[in-house]
Design a protein around this ligand. Structure first.
Ligand SMILES: NC(=O)c1ccc[n+]([C@@H]2O[C@H](COP(=O)([O-])OP(=O)(O)OC[C@H]3O[C@@H](n4cnc5c(N)ncnc54)[C@H](OP(=O)(O)O)[C@@H]3O)[C@@H](O)[C@H]2O)c1
Length: 236
């Protein structure tokens, strides 16, 4: 049976986050669409039919996350689903191995990537967790990438890869912490998707990219601590 949920999505003004916000709102859920740019966020919100609230959120700014938490406490109440989606790839776009220059990503870019893809998700989760009902079904969905899978780790884009491996570790840690509750924490990989990040050559549409997210939210499968693409499990 359909249960209307309140779903908070980070980085939802475009790409996979936007598509998830659109499909979830249009199917009857309440969506808190967050973005770090007010104009882009409001434009995205206005283009979606349904119950959508915009809130300004830069996941790399602690003050911004604290404001979000106050807003949830005062105006929202309970969050059923948190989607940690905001993320980017800042490394030089090298997808072939190069033993002459393997770590071609600077330390500054490594730090910048970890701040966004890992620390951002960690900090948002830390502040949203108190508002998640852990006795009723609740979900945290970390939007990860197959590029972070240790099992098939390749060369190139080390900062992005490491950030997603670490995000998967966060999924496992939270799964252990909440094993006696009804909070389910999973990583999803959207596949290679045509967005600004994925580029125009990517093989999947944004609709295909959100299949795993929608499955978890609408079907509530009894899965925890998994790495999921569509409805299938990947190896970490
Ligand atoms: N596309 C793929 O092939 C692919 C594959 C595997 C995993 N993923 C993952 O899927 C997620 C979404 O990627 P996408 O392809 O949809 O990328 P995208 O189109 O580039 O969208 C990224 C989103 O993150 C937001 N963002 C960036 N920095 C932020 C910050 N500091 N605070 C809040 N939001 C911020 C962007 O906002 P602005 O518009 O303000 O920049 C944008 O809304 C990422 O975590 C990515 O790693 C994507």
């Amino acid at each position: 049976m359909f249960r209307k949920k309140t779903v908070l999505i980070t980085g939802a003004n475009r790409g996979i986050g936007y598509e998830a916000a659109k499909e979830l709102a249009e199917s009857g859920h309440r969506v808190i669409l967050t973005a770090r740019n007010e104009e882009k966020g409001l434009k995205a919100k206005d283009s979606i039919k349904g119950d959508v609230i915009f809130y300004l959120l830069d996941v790399t700014q602690s003050e911004s996350i604290k404001h979000l938490a106050k807003f949830i406490e005062k105006d929202v109440g309970t969050i059923d689903v948190l989607i940690n989606n905001a993320g980017s790839l800042f490394d030089p776009k090298r997808f072939e191995v190069n033993p002459d220059n393997p770590l071609d990503t600077s330390v500054e870019v490594l730090n910048q990537t970890l701040q966004l893809n890992l620390v951002g998700a960690y900090n948002v989760t830390k502040h949203v967790l108190p508002f998640m009902n852990k006795t009723k079904r609740a979900d945290i969905i970390n939007v990860s990438s197959g590029m972070g899978a240790l099992r098939e780790m390749g060369g190139g884009t080390p900062a992005y890869r490491i950030s997603k491996t670490a995000l998967n570790a966060l999924t496992k840690i939270l799964t252990a912490e909440f094993k006696k509750t009804n909070l389910h924490v999973n990583s999803i990989c959207p596949g290679w998707v045509r967005t600004d990040l994925g580029g125009p050559e990517a093989i999947r549409s944004v609709e295909e990219g959100v299949v795993g997210i929608l499955w978890i939210i609408n079907d509530e499968p009894e899965v925890r601590g998994q790495f999921i693409r569509d409805k299938e499990f990947l190896e970490f």
